[in-house]
Design a protein around this ligand. Structure first.
Ligand code: SAH
Ligand code: SF4
Ligand code: F3S
Length: 453
């Protein structure tokens, strides 16, 4: 019987994986199991895994090896692999690494209680079936991690884009949207529970669709639930970004003036090889339009260095695109070949490792310089910061983020996590703004009421 057992979930990978772990939490608690504080105290340890790059998988393999040592002292321990590595390497996980007892893909989490019972009966248990429908719409995630201030809400699953470098369509299957009503219900509940910031998640949120309801409509409806909750979303795709959403962001004070808009590369030839169906010119025109409609909007992006056949000229164009946009934040990666992707089947991973590393480091260095300048320009500006917690460096200071997603550190005074505080920026580094607090405030007070749509 599973009911008196304790479980522990460890999560790797993107925000969506973290959101999924909260769904698994809910499923297991519903089944009568209890969360454990540490893996050592657990009867069942589940590792929610990521396949996006080689090093993500390496980290998981190393962790599974560590768990084997716990299994030596606790022979009853059940170890499971969830998430994006499950489908791809189920045979290897079960047969070669005698440590793993269950393997569950991202669409099969409802089956975990049954699979655990199979393990109790002495069998290995696997369900990696991908689904065309599963959105876990009726499951209320149990949020055991996090600060009670910020929450992630999954609005869709899977991805149909097939960017040539990316494994996600294979690990997570076809794209499907969760019904709008169930998303709004979850947001309402988070509002009642006192949450202040909600990020709506999907691999390609632009293509959210529930009957007549589009992503722009969903964001608008979300913004109306509570004017004092700020909303973000991740990730949109540059290819069919809904322009009506930009107006809605400009009009609604609680929709953050911050857009994560992954470019991946800066040249048309590279974008084509990556199967990103936009040109450099179209991407830059979109950025201009965003800046025009939402004054003061900030941007972040994802960039890959050293994708197949990348020339020095293409690399230079990526650098120049990043300079031209002037991102406030960037997630930068060296290309890592993944099995099953189009690139793996069609192109050679031919940029030497040291060239990839050098290009990535040029990209990172330039980005740090850009951020340094952009953050210096913030000195003297006022922002509304949502306090998230104590600063990493000092107990005397708090840290939080602006509407534009910049990290701000300031003196604690009487403020508390969960407060909205108006601050004035006094100093900056490439990663952080330092500020002096002015007063406790609110979204409505700082930005004014919503413009009637
Ligand atoms: N759906 C999201 C991306 C999720 S993966 C989107 O399209 O925005 C996050 C990022 O990882 C991608 O944007 C890409 O920059 C990077 N990435 C994906 N596959 C990769 C690979 N094989 N090697 C290196 N980076 C990769
Ligand atoms: Fe991967 Fe492209 Fe889908 Fe993002 S949009 S998850 S990069 S295939
Ligand atoms: Fe990783 Fe899967 Fe997310 S591969 S980045 S955990 S969708």
């Amino acid at each position: 019987m599973a009911s008196d057992k304790k479980f522990f979930i460890e999560t790797y990978g993107c925000q969506m994986n973290f959101a999924d772990s909260e769904i698994v939490n809910s499923i297991l608690i519903e089944d009568g199991m209890q969360p454990a504080e540490t893996p050592e105290q657990a009867d069942v340890v589940l590792v929610n895994t990521c396949s996006i790059r080689e090093n993500a998988e390496t980290r998981v393999w190393n962790r599974l090896k560590e768990l084997r040592t716990i299994k030596k002292t606790n022979k009853e321990l059940t170890v499971g692999v969830l998430g994006c590595m499950a489908e791809r390497i189920k045979d290897r996980i079960i047969e070669q690494e005698h440590l793993v007892d269950i393997v569950v893909g991202p669409d099969a989490y409802r089956d975990i209680p049954r699979l655990l019972k199979e393990v109790d009966d002495g069998r290995k248990a696997v369900n990696v079936l991908l689904s065309l429908e599963e959105t876990y719409a009726d499951i209320t995630p149990v949020r055991t991690v996090g600060n009670g201030i910020s929450a992630f809400v999954s609005i869709m699953r899977g991805c149909d884009n097939m960017c040539s470098f990316c494994v996600v369509p294979f690990t997570r299957g076809r794209e499907r949207s969760r019904p709008m009503e169930s998303i709004l219900k979850e947001i309402q509940q988070l509002s009642e529970d006192g949450y202040k910031e909600i990020t709506l998640l999907g691999q390609n949120v632009n293509s959210y669709k529930d009957g007549e309801n589009t992503f722009a409509k969903l964001m608008y409806e979300a913004s109306q639930v509570n004017p004092e909750i700020r909303f973000r979303f991740s990730s949109p795709h540059p290819k069919d970004f809904p322009i009506d959403l930009l107006h809605i962001i400009a009009e609604q004070p609680n929709l953050c003036n911050y857009i994560h808009i992954p470019a991946q590369a800066g040249s048309d030839s590279m974008l084509e090889r990556m199967r990103r169906p936009y040109t450099r010119e179209q991407y830059l025109a979109l950025i201009d339009q965003m800046r025009e409609i939402i004054p003061g909007v900030s941007f972040s992006t994802d960039i890959i260095a050293g994708f197949c056949h990348e020339t020095e000229e293409e690399h230079q164009q990526t650098l120049s695109l990043m300079k031209e946009v002037g991102y406030d934040l960037a997630y930068m990666f060296a290309y890592s070949e993944r099995e099953r992707t189009l690139a793996h089947r069609k192109f050679e991973d031919d940029v030497p490792e040291e060239v990839k590393k050098r290009r990535l480091s040029e990209i990172i260095t330039q980005q740090m310089d850009i951020q340094k300048v952009r953050n210096q320009e913030e000195i003297g500006n006022r922002h509304l910061v949502l306090v998230e917690g104590t600063s990493k460096k000092s107990e005397e200071q708090l840290s939080g983020r602006t509407d534009t997603n910049k990290i701000v550190v300031f003196d604690r005074s009487d403020f508390e996590p969960g407060d909205y505080v108006e601050v004035e920026v006094t100093d900056s580094t490439s990663a952080t703004l330092l500020a002096k607090p002015i007063k406790k405030s609110s979204i409505t007070e700082f930005f004014g009421a919503a413009v009637e749509a």
